[in-house]
Design a protein around this ligand. Structure first.
Ligand code: CMC
Length: 431
């Protein structure tokens, strides 16, 4: 970041002397006011629940312009990345800062495929879970448990260890997610097949069984790979900030990523794709397209507690660029699988049409987000609804680990420790 000529001056109405703060500029996007000395000089904190105006770190990984509807990974726009590159390229880019050349790609793919298996002991660990456990409960436990297996890569001060942990996490997530699915079905786990692509291997671990192999459909493989690309990173969202905060104490990477998985589970974040599909299915079962208007009235009624899932975003106040790509993928997959007349897709299109014309949504700048269509694609592929957020975790792992690594390499990094405005009882004695 570079120091701007501009500075910010804070003045008080009670006659206290005003204080100047430096302003810094990034490469693009809003400047920041450096308030680190605020407490020391004024005895006051800032108050910003939900971090609406607070940059908690500097980062060179992902840039979002919410007004323009722009998303860049390391400077490259998401539509170019999603249409011209595969998920392994995106992982390399997010981790290393640039796209791989041919030799780097071969080497990176080999590093990842070298780590796709998990310690056999994890199969026994898995057996402690109920078969009907939510996959995100299982995944939070499994990812946290990795720190009990890979003691040789948990020295966070060693860049080599950090790199190996990153590769291990990216490589093992598909195996763990597929294991969670197989376990819920009561089917045997399928070992990774390293001759397949990252995404093809995941599909096979999900859908093959010992009696019947699975032939990867290239349209489905490409669609899932795109889902992974679109979810790979999204700057300082709730789960990424959780990974950074958790990791800021110096904990090991597996523990920090497990915290990210737990945070992602919530319906306002990664759980939205599951919640969105449940919403569409509920609507379909209760009158379908005919009842969309009535449902929208409920959504607009603040007392109903109903939100239109898959709509709205803290940062995008224009169309989420990922939603456009997802809608296109949705059409391709449904066509390839002869599901073009899928009633849920038609219903989703109708909900979107009505919302985009309704002043409630227009005035609040509420547009479809990536989760609005991703659930329909995953459902068409055969992925059960309760696994959607686990798939999101798989894809976001590269973003989490890159952000964690960036934090540890930042000379300005400190343990995260927000302050508070205390409004509880003041000092009192026990009578
Ligand atoms: N349906 C109906 N009203 C909404 C919605 C929605 N989905 N989202 C926001 N609003 C209204 C909200 O009631 C408020 O209205 P008012 O100003 O009259 O009080 C206004 O829009 C602003 O909402 P907010 O809650 O202050 O906005 P936020 O930035 O805090 O929330 C959000 C962002 C994503 C949590 C929210 O839009 C939401 O709950 N969306 C549905 C869940 C969802 O799809 N989440 C996925 C996000 S994308 C994937 C990811 O990054 O994890």
């Amino acid at each position: 970041m570079k120091l701007s000529e501009n500075k910010a001056t804070l003045s008080f109405s009670n006659g206290k002397p005003s204080v100047d703060f430096p302003v810094y500029s990034g490469s693009v996007g809003p400047d920041v006011i450096d308030i680190r000395k605020l407490y020391g000089e004024t005895d006051m904190f800032t108050y910003d629940p939900g971090f609406l105006s607070t940059a908690a770190c500097q980062s060179a990984i992902t840039y979002i312009d919410g007004d323009k509807g722009e998303l860049l990974y390391r400077g490259y726009p998401i539509d170019q990345l999603a249409t011209k590159r595969d998920f392994m390229d995106i992982c390399y880019l997010i981790l290393n800062g640039d796209l791989p050349d041919a030799a780097q790609k071969i080497d990176f793919d080999a590093q990842v495929t070298n780590h796709t298996m998990v310690n056999e002991q994890l199969h026994f660990f898995m057996r402690g879970f109920r078969r009907d456990a939510h996959p995100m409960a299982v995944l939070t436990g499994l990812v946290g448990a990795l720190s009990a297996f890979y003691h040789d890569s948990t020295d966070i001060t060693n860049p080599r260890h950090r790199h190996i942990s990153a590769i291990r996490l990216i490589a093992k997530m598909p195996t763990l997610v597929a294991m969670a699915y197989k376990y819920s079905k009561g089917q045997p786990f399928i070992y990774p097949q390293n001759s397949l692509s990252y995404t093809g291997n995941f599909l096979r671990m999900m859908f093959a069984n010992p009696c019947e192999d699975y032939v990867v459909n290239p349209v489905v493989e490409r669609a899932l790979d795109r889902i992974f690309i679109l979810h790979a990173d999204h700057e300082q969202n709730a789960s990424t900030s959780t990974v950074r905060l958790c990791g800021s104490s110096g904990t090991n990477p597996f523990a920090a990523i497990a915290a990210g998985v737990a945070c992602l589970w919530g319906p306002a974040h990664g759980g939205a794709n599951e919640a969105c599909l449940n919403m569409l299915e509920h609507l379909q079962a209760n009158g379908g397209i005919e009842k969309v208007g009535e449902f929208m009235e409920q959504v607009k009624d603040k007392n109903s507690g109903v939100r239109l899932m898959g709509f709205g975003h803290r940062v995008y106040k224009n169309y989420d660029p990922r939603a456009k790509l997802m809608q296109q993928t949705c059409k391709e997959v449904l066509k390839d699988l002869n599901l073009e007349n899928d009633p849920l897709f038609k219903l989703a299109m109708e909900v979107e049409r009505i919302a985009l014309e309704d002043p409630y949504f227009v005035e609040r700048k509420l547009y479809p987000n990536v989760d609005f269509y991703s659930g329909i694609v995953q459902r068409a592929i055969g992925i059960p609804t309760d696994l959607f957020t686990a798939i999101f975790s798989l894809a976001r792992t590269v973003g989490w680990i890159a952000q964690w690594n960036e934090m540890l390499s930042d000379p300005e990094y400190k343990i995260g420790r927000p302050r508070q405005l205390y409004n509880g009882a003041s000092f009192r004695d026990i009578k």
